[in-house]
Design a protein around this ligand. Sequence first.
Ligand code: ZN
Length: 170
Amino acid sequence: MNILKYPDPRLRVKCKPLSEINDKIRQDANEMIELMLKAEGVGLAASQVGLDYRMIVIRQILENGERKVLAFINPEITKKEGVIHEEEGCLSFPGIYAKVTRAQKIEITAVNLEGEELKIEVSDYLSRVFQHEIDHLNGVLFADRLSPAQKIALSSKLKKMEKDFQDKNK
Ligand code: ZN
């Protein structure tokens, strides 16, 4: 398993809902968590490692400073509120950062690796992370959400990634 980089077409896959959690899924989740931590990311979606089902892993830092990494299966945004506009990066776009507009507060339903249904509310930073990762499951990348001016500003970096990808896959 490795992290796919833009413009790998597998990043555009619309992931399917999972109907069963088995050992293979738990193994995938553990590998994704390891990869994310090694890359010092805060979130990773299944499509970023070439899997085609709806699972994301997210690193949270609790109020007491403790780090916690959790997997969310079939995450769904059920409520959105407010607007934030903050800088984001993505493990599939190393070295590229840009401000993206997101909802400030969201409510999410999901299932954890134990098969328990979750309903959580997150705001600000975590709200952005969840929206970014859920976008990935729909084949949407943060570069798609940039303004025309931002796209122009980043176009040479994106073109370079496209060329590197082509060269590598000749
Ligand atoms: Zn990303």
